[in-house]
Write a protein that binds this ligand. Structure first.
Ligand code: CA
Length: 229
């Protein structure tokens, strides 16, 4: 699945240039022209990274970065600031506000893509590991096998993807819509009830090992994978 990048930029020429560069590098692009619009998009689309212009009309880039980092659902999303030349104070201020990196305008598409890949690599160590382990639950992304204490666990493909997503995104609540987007993909039309069906199957598969308690229902919010009960 292509990583989704949210661009927040009010200058159409830059926004288009960035979109083109990202699409060519096989990223999925979501665009906003101001922070208000971006805030609405953020929780729905849960991008892998935000490219944030610093000089925005209305809510500033700094303010928006703070909001992303304060919200438990979005705080893990890395931010790269787009700043104008010579705004040294802004860079320090931006990094303080939670930005992970910055890039100075004008920049080349190649530089931009390299910086995005570097930040994504740093930000997603869990998702990149081949073997993901939670307690004695072992998920091998190379062979798509899951085992508990060496015993193989039979899971359907959707339950596997769901468990992989949960194990790499623990201790956070995801709505059914967010799970659909992340596990099924945003271009697929599936009813939210489908999520409950697969959660039930996943829990059933984990029950013999007592791990079904990790897949927790959070009332009126969604689901969370947690080893804390
Ligand atoms: Ca601007």
């Amino acid at each position: 699945m292509a990583a989704k990048i949210l661009i927040v930029e009010d200058e159409p020429a830059i926004s288009e240039m960035v979109e083109m560069a990202l699409s060519r590098a096989n990223f999925e692009v979501v665009k906003a022209t101001n922070a208000e619009e971006a805030i609405l998009l953020l929780r729905d689309t849960l991008p892998a990274l935000v490219l944030l212009d610093w000089m925005l009309p209305g809510t500033s880039g700094v303010e928006f970065a703070r909001r992303i980092k304060k919200d438990g659902v979005t705080s893990h999303i890395p931010i790269i600031m787009l700043t104008a030349k010579g705004e040294e104070a802004d860079k320090v201020y931006g990094l303080d506000a939670g930005a992970d990196d910055y890039i100075t305008k004008p920049f080349s598409p190649r530089e931009l893509i390299a910086r995005i890949r570097a930040v994504l690599r740093r930000a997603a160590p869990l998702a990149e590991q081949e073997i993901i382990e939670v307690d004695n639950l072992l998920l091998d992304t190379a062979s798509h096998r899951i085992s508990v204490n060496g015993e193989l666990l039979e899971l359907g493909p959707t339950e596997y993807r769901l468990l992989h997503f949960f194990m790499t995104h623990p201790e956070r609540v995801y709505s059914r819509g967010q799970l659909l987007d992340s596990v099924w993909g945003s271009n697929v039309y599936v009813e939210e009830r489908t999520v409950d069906v697969h959660i039930r199957r996943l829990r059933k598969a984990l029950t013999p090992y007592g791990h079904e308690r990790y897949v927790q229902t959070v009332r009126s919010a969604g689901y969370r994978f947690s080893t804390k009960v």
